[in-house]
Design a protein around this ligand. Structure first.
Ligand code: ADP
Ligand code: MG
Ligand code: MG
Length: 236
């Protein structure tokens, strides 16, 4: 029922891989929102229909103070628009880079909010699978909001698609094994470290190093070496 003519478009708020996000105001109600714009051409090109539908359906169904609301969506000939709750404070990533690291109190508050949001999602069998500081937003009161459900999935059984972002990948994901909601819980530990120290624990020069460092378990060392080898070969 919505169309782009219902909105006044303001400043750009951010950019992701496929989305550009703008501040916007619904003209009649004067309600401030964030509009995420995705070009259909990109969706076609990278065959993302399935993923986009999940993002829409899953995020619309979630209602939690620490989960960014998706109010609705609409489309025109070239673009798809998500009407999102506006997060005035922007990315937690920026705050972290600006101040180097966070105080223990601040880190604890964010981790508590994130834990509550994840517990809520997991109760509904939703796994986010891309928790990282770029996808954690802050509202005008500094409250944490989980955003970007582009990799999320709603399922009771184990999943097999390797996805997410290297520094935050759980070992089972790195090894391309079946995974479940526990991959989100892994990021709680990584983020707790990053909030207090300023950089994620398994950050390394190369992908291969991060793979190695995110898993120290003896029993998986051989597989790891094989994975690194394969990565090396694929680069040559
Ligand atoms: P992508 O799926 O392409 O990564 P995101 O949904 O993560 O797109 O949005 C990209 C960036 O835009 C975010 O990292 C953030 O900086 C900004 N952004 C997204 N949604 C909002 C919002 N509701 N309020 C403020 N900024 C936002
Ligand atoms: Mg993102
Ligand atoms: Mg996304």
């Amino acid at each position: 029922q919505w169309s782009i003519t219902d909105f006044e478009i303001g400043k750009p708020l951010g950019k992701g891989k496929f989305g550009r996000v703008y501040l916007a105001r619904e003209i009649k109600s004067k309600y401030i929102v964030a509009l995420k714009v995705i070009f259909k051409e990109q969706i076609e090109k990278y065959r993302l229909h399935h993923q986009l539908r999940r993002e829409m359906e899953i995020q619309t169904s979630l209602r939690h103070p620490n989960v960014l609301r998706l109010h609705g969506w609409f489309h025109d000939a070239e673009r798809i628009f998500f009407i999102l709750e506006y997060a005035h404070g922007g990315e937690l990533y920026k705050e972290l880079r600006k101040s180097g690291h966070l105080s223990e109190r601040q880190a604890a508050t964010y981790i508590a909010s994130l834990t509550q949001a994840l517990a809520y999602c997991h109760e509904k069998h939703v796994i986010h699978r891309d928790i990282k500081p770029e996808n954690l937003l802050l509202d005008h009161e500094g409250r944490l909001k989980i955003a970007d459900f582009g990799w999320s999935v709603q399922s009771k059984s184990k999943r097999h698609t390797m996805c997410g972002t290297l520094d935050y990948l759980a070992p089972e994901m790195v090894e391309n094994k079946a995974h479940d909601y526990a991959v989100d819980n892994w990021t709680l530990g990584v983020l707790c470290y990053e909030f207090l120290y300023g950089a994620p624990p398994f950050e390394a020069e190369s992908q291969k190093d991060t793979f190695r460092r995110s898993n120290t378990n003896e029993s998986t060392k051989r597989k790891k070496a094989a994975a690194s080898n394969n990565l090396d070969k694929s680069k040559q």
